[in-house]
Design a protein around this ligand. Structure first.
Ligand SMILES: Cc1cc2nc3c(=O)[nH]c(=O)nc-3n(C[C@H](O)[C@H](O)[C@H](O)COP(=O)(O)OP(=O)(O)OC[C@H]3O[C@@H](n4cnc5c(N)ncnc54)[C@H](O)[C@@H]3O)c2cc1C
Ligand code: FES
Length: 292
Protein backbone atom coordinates (compact mmCIF):
# COMPACT_ATOMS: atom_id res chain seq x y z
CA UNK A 1 0.00 0.00 0.00
CA UNK A 2 1.17 3.50 -0.79
CA UNK A 3 -0.16 6.79 0.50
CA UNK A 4 -1.52 9.54 -1.71
CA UNK A 5 0.53 12.66 -1.11
CA UNK A 6 -1.43 14.91 -3.45
CA UNK A 7 -3.89 14.85 -6.30
CA UNK A 8 -4.16 18.01 -8.40
CA UNK A 9 -6.31 18.82 -11.41
CA UNK A 10 -3.78 20.37 -13.81
CA UNK A 11 -6.14 20.71 -16.78
CA UNK A 12 -9.66 19.75 -17.80
CA UNK A 13 -10.01 16.07 -16.74
CA UNK A 14 -6.22 15.96 -16.41
CA UNK A 15 -4.68 15.04 -13.04
CA UNK A 16 -1.29 14.79 -11.41
CA UNK A 17 -1.19 12.14 -8.70
CA UNK A 18 1.74 11.92 -6.28
CA UNK A 19 2.12 8.90 -4.03
CA UNK A 20 4.68 7.79 -1.48
CA UNK A 21 6.76 4.82 -2.54
CA UNK A 22 9.96 3.43 -1.07
CA UNK A 23 11.64 1.63 -3.95
CA UNK A 24 15.27 1.32 -5.04
CA UNK A 25 16.35 3.20 -8.16
CA UNK A 26 18.83 0.47 -9.00
CA UNK A 27 18.85 -2.01 -10.60
CA UNK A 28 16.82 -0.43 -13.40
CA UNK A 29 14.63 -3.52 -13.83
CA UNK A 30 13.39 -3.22 -10.23
CA UNK A 31 13.38 0.51 -9.74
CA UNK A 32 11.59 3.55 -11.09
CA UNK A 33 13.11 3.85 -14.56
CA UNK A 34 11.70 5.99 -17.41
CA UNK A 35 9.19 4.03 -19.51
CA UNK A 36 8.15 1.70 -16.67
CA UNK A 37 4.61 1.82 -15.34
CA UNK A 38 2.60 1.09 -12.22
CA UNK A 39 -0.64 -0.86 -12.04
CA UNK A 40 -3.01 0.96 -9.70
CA UNK A 41 -6.12 -0.28 -7.96
CA UNK A 42 -8.59 2.49 -8.59
CA UNK A 43 -11.22 1.27 -6.14
CA UNK A 44 -11.30 2.22 -2.48
CA UNK A 45 -9.82 -0.52 -0.21
CA UNK A 46 -13.22 -1.69 1.02
CA UNK A 47 -14.63 -2.24 -2.51
CA UNK A 48 -14.02 -4.94 -5.17
CA UNK A 49 -15.31 -2.88 -8.08
CA UNK A 50 -13.74 -2.41 -10.56
CA UNK A 51 -11.74 -5.58 -10.29
CA UNK A 52 -8.94 -4.69 -12.70
CA UNK A 53 -6.12 -2.29 -12.01
CA UNK A 54 -5.29 0.56 -14.41
CA UNK A 55 -1.77 1.03 -15.83
CA UNK A 56 -0.11 4.47 -15.66
CA UNK A 57 3.40 5.44 -16.77
CA UNK A 58 5.77 6.87 -14.23
CA UNK A 59 5.77 10.60 -14.95
CA UNK A 60 8.41 11.48 -12.39
CA UNK A 61 10.16 9.90 -9.44
CA UNK A 62 11.46 11.88 -6.49
CA UNK A 63 14.47 10.44 -4.80
CA UNK A 64 16.91 10.93 -1.99
CA UNK A 65 20.06 9.42 -0.56
CA UNK A 66 18.98 7.30 2.33
CA UNK A 67 21.10 5.86 5.05
CA UNK A 68 20.12 2.25 5.46
CA UNK A 69 20.63 0.88 8.93
CA UNK A 70 21.80 -2.72 8.66
CA UNK A 71 21.56 -4.55 11.95
CA UNK A 72 23.30 -7.84 12.59
CA UNK A 73 22.47 -9.72 15.73
CA UNK A 74 24.79 -12.34 17.22
CA UNK A 75 24.41 -14.19 20.50
CA UNK A 76 27.12 -12.13 22.12
CA UNK A 77 27.09 -8.88 20.12
CA UNK A 78 24.70 -6.59 18.26
CA UNK A 79 26.30 -4.73 15.36
CA UNK A 80 24.83 -1.87 13.38
CA UNK A 81 26.33 -0.63 10.10
CA UNK A 82 25.14 2.13 7.79
CA UNK A 83 24.98 1.99 4.01
CA UNK A 84 23.97 4.78 1.68
CA UNK A 85 21.58 4.00 -1.16
CA UNK A 86 19.62 6.12 -3.59
CA UNK A 87 15.95 5.41 -3.21
CA UNK A 88 12.76 6.66 -4.73
CA UNK A 89 10.35 7.98 -2.16
CA UNK A 90 7.69 9.55 -4.39
CA UNK A 91 6.12 8.61 -7.70
CA UNK A 92 4.16 11.01 -9.88
CA UNK A 93 1.61 10.09 -12.53
CA UNK A 94 -0.24 12.29 -14.99
CA UNK A 95 -3.46 10.88 -16.34
CA UNK A 96 -6.59 11.90 -18.14
CA UNK A 97 -10.07 10.74 -17.21
CA UNK A 98 -10.99 8.29 -19.96
CA UNK A 99 -13.65 6.13 -18.33
CA UNK A 100 -14.86 4.79 -15.02
CA UNK A 101 -11.49 3.66 -13.68
CA UNK A 102 -9.65 6.92 -14.14
CA UNK A 103 -12.69 8.83 -12.83
CA UNK A 104 -12.57 6.76 -9.63
CA UNK A 105 -8.83 7.35 -9.41
CA UNK A 106 -9.40 11.11 -9.57
CA UNK A 107 -11.44 10.85 -6.34
CA UNK A 108 -8.46 9.72 -4.26
CA UNK A 109 -7.28 12.44 -1.90
CA UNK A 110 -4.17 13.19 0.13
CA UNK A 111 -3.61 10.62 2.91
CA UNK A 112 -5.81 7.95 1.25
CA UNK A 113 -4.16 4.54 0.93
CA UNK A 114 -3.71 3.33 -2.64
CA UNK A 115 -2.66 -0.11 -3.83
CA UNK A 116 0.15 0.36 -6.34
CA UNK A 117 1.77 -2.63 -8.08
CA UNK A 118 5.11 -1.88 -9.65
CA UNK A 119 7.11 -0.38 -11.17
CA UNK A 120 6.51 -2.95 -13.92
CA UNK A 121 7.63 -3.64 -17.47
CA UNK A 122 10.70 -2.67 -19.42
CA UNK A 123 11.82 0.93 -19.50
CA UNK A 124 13.54 2.80 -22.29
CA UNK A 125 16.83 1.01 -22.81
CA UNK A 126 19.02 4.13 -23.01
CA UNK A 127 21.30 1.85 -24.99
CA UNK A 128 22.01 4.10 -27.95
CA UNK A 129 24.94 5.77 -29.56
CA UNK A 130 25.12 9.38 -30.69
CA UNK A 131 24.03 12.61 -29.09
CA UNK A 132 21.23 13.96 -31.30
CA UNK A 133 18.23 12.50 -29.56
CA UNK A 134 14.59 13.20 -30.27
CA UNK A 135 11.65 12.46 -27.98
CA UNK A 136 8.20 12.40 -29.59
CA UNK A 137 5.01 12.37 -27.52
CA UNK A 138 1.41 12.51 -28.62
CA UNK A 139 -1.48 13.15 -26.19
CA UNK A 140 -1.06 11.23 -22.94
CA UNK A 141 1.92 9.52 -24.57
CA UNK A 142 3.82 12.55 -23.31
CA UNK A 143 3.52 11.16 -19.76
CA UNK A 144 6.59 8.85 -19.76
CA UNK A 145 8.76 11.38 -21.60
CA UNK A 146 9.22 13.95 -18.83
CA UNK A 147 11.12 11.42 -16.68
CA UNK A 148 13.11 10.29 -19.72
CA UNK A 149 13.93 13.89 -20.70
CA UNK A 150 15.31 14.51 -17.20
CA UNK A 151 17.64 11.50 -17.54
CA UNK A 152 18.81 12.61 -21.01
CA UNK A 153 18.94 16.37 -20.49
CA UNK A 154 22.74 16.45 -20.23
CA UNK A 155 23.01 15.03 -23.73
CA UNK A 156 24.27 17.65 -26.19
CA UNK A 157 21.23 18.04 -28.37
CA UNK A 158 17.96 16.80 -26.93
CA UNK A 159 14.94 17.86 -28.96
CA UNK A 160 11.45 17.16 -27.71
CA UNK A 161 8.42 17.13 -30.03
CA UNK A 162 5.07 17.14 -28.26
CA UNK A 163 1.57 17.26 -29.70
CA UNK A 164 -1.99 17.14 -28.40
CA UNK A 165 -5.48 18.13 -29.41
CA UNK A 166 -5.33 21.51 -27.68
CA UNK A 167 -3.36 23.73 -25.30
CA UNK A 168 -5.45 22.57 -22.32
CA UNK A 169 -3.93 19.08 -22.59
CA UNK A 170 -0.49 20.04 -23.87
CA UNK A 171 0.42 23.01 -21.69
CA UNK A 172 0.63 21.35 -18.23
CA UNK A 173 3.03 18.60 -19.33
CA UNK A 174 5.03 20.69 -21.80
CA UNK A 175 5.54 23.33 -19.07
CA UNK A 176 7.40 20.74 -16.95
CA UNK A 177 9.60 19.67 -19.88
CA UNK A 178 10.24 23.33 -20.82
CA UNK A 179 12.12 23.76 -17.51
CA UNK A 180 14.75 21.29 -18.72
CA UNK A 181 17.64 22.10 -21.01
CA UNK A 182 15.95 20.85 -24.18
CA UNK A 183 14.73 22.29 -27.46
CA UNK A 184 10.96 22.05 -27.31
CA UNK A 185 8.70 21.89 -30.39
CA UNK A 186 4.95 21.96 -29.80
CA UNK A 187 1.95 21.21 -32.01
CA UNK A 188 -1.79 21.27 -31.39
CA UNK A 189 -4.57 20.14 -33.69
CA UNK A 190 -6.40 23.46 -33.16
CA UNK A 191 -3.29 25.65 -33.19
CA UNK A 192 -3.97 26.88 -29.62
CA UNK A 193 -0.34 26.19 -28.59
CA UNK A 194 2.72 25.80 -30.80
CA UNK A 195 2.28 25.10 -34.49
CA UNK A 196 -1.05 23.93 -35.91
CA UNK A 197 -1.04 20.30 -36.98
CA UNK A 198 0.07 16.98 -35.58
CA UNK A 199 3.38 16.39 -33.88
CA UNK A 200 4.33 14.13 -36.79
CA UNK A 201 3.58 16.95 -39.27
CA UNK A 202 5.95 19.37 -37.54
CA UNK A 203 8.70 16.80 -37.10
CA UNK A 204 8.55 15.84 -40.78
CA UNK A 205 8.50 19.53 -41.73
CA UNK A 206 11.62 20.27 -39.65
CA UNK A 207 13.58 17.36 -41.01
CA UNK A 208 12.52 18.00 -44.59
CA UNK A 209 13.99 21.50 -44.13
CA UNK A 210 17.13 19.95 -42.68
CA UNK A 211 17.55 17.72 -45.71
CA UNK A 212 17.12 20.65 -48.14
CA UNK A 213 19.89 22.54 -46.36
CA UNK A 214 22.00 19.39 -46.47
CA UNK A 215 22.77 19.88 -42.79
CA UNK A 216 23.40 16.26 -41.86
CA UNK A 217 24.60 17.12 -38.34
CA UNK A 218 21.02 17.84 -37.33
CA UNK A 219 19.82 14.36 -38.27
CA UNK A 220 18.74 12.51 -35.13
CA UNK A 221 20.78 9.54 -33.95
CA UNK A 222 17.91 7.99 -32.01
CA UNK A 223 14.16 8.57 -31.49
CA UNK A 224 12.07 7.69 -28.43
CA UNK A 225 8.30 7.93 -28.87
CA UNK A 226 5.03 7.27 -27.11
CA UNK A 227 1.53 8.10 -28.27
CA UNK A 228 -1.45 6.90 -30.26
CA UNK A 229 -0.95 4.09 -32.77
CA UNK A 230 -1.44 6.30 -35.89
CA UNK A 231 1.38 8.58 -34.68
CA UNK A 232 3.74 5.69 -33.96
CA UNK A 233 2.87 3.95 -37.20
CA UNK A 234 3.61 7.09 -39.27
CA UNK A 235 6.80 7.62 -37.31
CA UNK A 236 7.88 4.03 -37.89
CA UNK A 237 7.47 4.40 -41.67
CA UNK A 238 9.43 7.66 -41.56
CA UNK A 239 12.20 6.12 -39.43
CA UNK A 240 12.45 3.07 -41.69
CA UNK A 241 12.66 5.27 -44.80
CA UNK A 242 15.43 7.33 -43.19
CA UNK A 243 17.15 4.43 -41.45
CA UNK A 244 16.67 5.94 -37.98
CA UNK A 245 16.77 3.66 -34.92
CA UNK A 246 14.64 4.18 -31.82
CA UNK A 247 12.17 2.84 -29.29
CA UNK A 248 8.40 3.06 -28.91
CA UNK A 249 6.39 2.73 -25.73
CA UNK A 250 3.06 1.00 -26.46
CA UNK A 251 -0.26 1.12 -24.67
CA UNK A 252 -2.67 -1.83 -24.59
CA UNK A 253 -5.56 -2.63 -22.30
CA UNK A 254 -4.21 -4.73 -19.45
CA UNK A 255 -5.60 -7.17 -16.90
CA UNK A 256 -2.92 -8.80 -14.72
CA UNK A 257 -0.08 -6.43 -15.66
CA UNK A 258 2.47 -9.12 -14.84
CA UNK A 259 2.73 -11.35 -17.90
CA UNK A 260 0.23 -14.05 -16.93
CA UNK A 261 -3.11 -13.44 -18.69
CA UNK A 262 -1.86 -12.59 -22.23
CA UNK A 263 -4.52 -9.90 -22.65
CA UNK A 264 -1.97 -7.30 -23.73
CA UNK A 265 -0.17 -9.26 -26.47
CA UNK A 266 1.19 -7.33 -29.42
CA UNK A 267 2.77 -8.68 -32.60
CA UNK A 268 6.42 -7.89 -33.18
CA UNK A 269 9.14 -9.05 -35.55
CA UNK A 270 10.32 -11.33 -32.70
CA UNK A 271 6.87 -12.92 -32.31
CA UNK A 272 4.02 -12.15 -29.91
CA UNK A 273 5.14 -10.06 -26.96
CA UNK A 274 3.36 -8.97 -23.79
CA UNK A 275 3.18 -5.19 -23.53
CA UNK A 276 3.13 -5.44 -19.71
CA UNK A 277 6.14 -7.75 -19.47
CA UNK A 278 8.47 -7.64 -22.48
CA UNK A 279 7.22 -4.07 -23.05
CA UNK A 280 5.80 -1.50 -22.90
CA UNK A 281 8.99 -0.28 -24.61
CA UNK A 282 10.04 -2.07 -27.82
CA UNK A 283 12.59 -1.38 -30.54
CA UNK A 284 10.72 0.83 -33.02
CA UNK A 285 11.47 -1.30 -36.04
CA UNK A 286 10.16 -4.50 -34.37
CA UNK A 287 6.56 -3.41 -33.75
CA UNK A 288 3.98 -4.74 -36.23
CA UNK A 289 1.17 -2.23 -35.93
CA UNK A 290 -1.43 -4.25 -37.82
CA UNK A 291 -1.09 -6.81 -35.04
CA UNK A 292 -1.47 -4.37 -32.12
C1 LIG B 1 1.76 0.91 -20.11
C2 LIG B 1 0.65 1.92 -20.10
C3 LIG B 1 0.90 3.19 -19.59
C4 LIG B 1 -0.14 4.14 -19.57
N1 LIG B 1 0.17 5.37 -19.06
C5 LIG B 1 -0.80 6.30 -19.01
C6 LIG B 1 -0.52 7.57 -18.45
O1 LIG B 1 0.59 7.84 -17.99
N2 LIG B 1 -1.53 8.47 -18.42
C7 LIG B 1 -2.78 8.19 -18.90
O2 LIG B 1 -3.67 9.05 -18.86
N3 LIG B 1 -3.07 6.98 -19.43
C8 LIG B 1 -2.12 6.03 -19.49
N4 LIG B 1 -2.41 4.80 -20.00
C9 LIG B 1 -3.80 4.54 -20.43
C10 LIG B 1 -4.66 4.25 -19.20
O3 LIG B 1 -4.22 3.04 -18.60
C11 LIG B 1 -6.13 4.14 -19.62
O4 LIG B 1 -6.59 5.39 -20.06
C12 LIG B 1 -6.98 3.69 -18.44
O5 LIG B 1 -6.65 2.37 -18.07
C13 LIG B 1 -8.45 3.80 -18.81
O6 LIG B 1 -9.20 3.27 -17.75
P1 LIG B 1 -10.71 3.74 -17.55
O7 LIG B 1 -11.38 2.75 -16.67
O8 LIG B 1 -10.76 5.17 -17.14
O9 LIG B 1 -11.30 3.70 -19.00
P2 LIG B 1 -12.15 2.53 -19.67
O10 LIG B 1 -13.58 2.73 -19.29
O11 LIG B 1 -11.53 1.19 -19.39
O12 LIG B 1 -11.92 2.89 -21.19
C14 LIG B 1 -12.21 4.23 -21.66
C15 LIG B 1 -11.47 4.45 -22.98
O13 LIG B 1 -10.06 4.36 -22.79
C16 LIG B 1 -9.50 3.36 -23.67
N5 LIG B 1 -8.50 2.59 -22.92
C17 LIG B 1 -8.75 1.83 -21.84
N6 LIG B 1 -7.61 1.25 -21.40
C18 LIG B 1 -6.65 1.64 -22.25
C19 LIG B 1 -5.26 1.36 -22.33
N7 LIG B 1 -4.62 0.54 -21.48
N8 LIG B 1 -4.55 1.97 -23.30
C20 LIG B 1 -5.15 2.80 -24.17
N9 LIG B 1 -6.46 3.08 -24.15
C21 LIG B 1 -7.20 2.52 -23.20
C22 LIG B 1 -10.68 2.48 -24.06
O14 LIG B 1 -10.47 1.91 -25.34
C23 LIG B 1 -11.83 3.43 -24.06
O15 LIG B 1 -11.93 4.13 -25.27
C24 LIG B 1 -1.42 3.83 -20.05
C25 LIG B 1 -1.67 2.55 -20.56
C26 LIG B 1 -0.65 1.60 -20.59
C27 LIG B 1 -0.93 0.25 -21.11
S1 FES C 1 -1.87 -7.76 -18.82
FE1 FES C 1 -1.79 -9.88 -18.38
S2 FES C 1 -0.16 -10.56 -19.66
FE2 FES C 1 -0.12 -8.40 -19.90
Amino acid sequence: MAEVISQTEIGPDLYKLTISARIPQEPADRGAAPGRFCHLRVRQPESWDPLLRRPLSIYNAGGYNSELKVETSHETSHETSHETAYETDQLEFVYQIRGRGTRLLSQFQAEDQIDCLGPLGSGFSLDFSGSNIILVGGGLGIAPLYFLAQKLADINNLQVYLGASSAALLQPMSADIAKLDVKLNLATDDGSLGRAGTVFDILREDFAETSCEGNKSKQPDYIFACGPVPLLHSLQKYMTANNLPGEFSLEKRMACGSGVCLSCVCQTASGNQRVCYEGPVFPAREVIFNGC
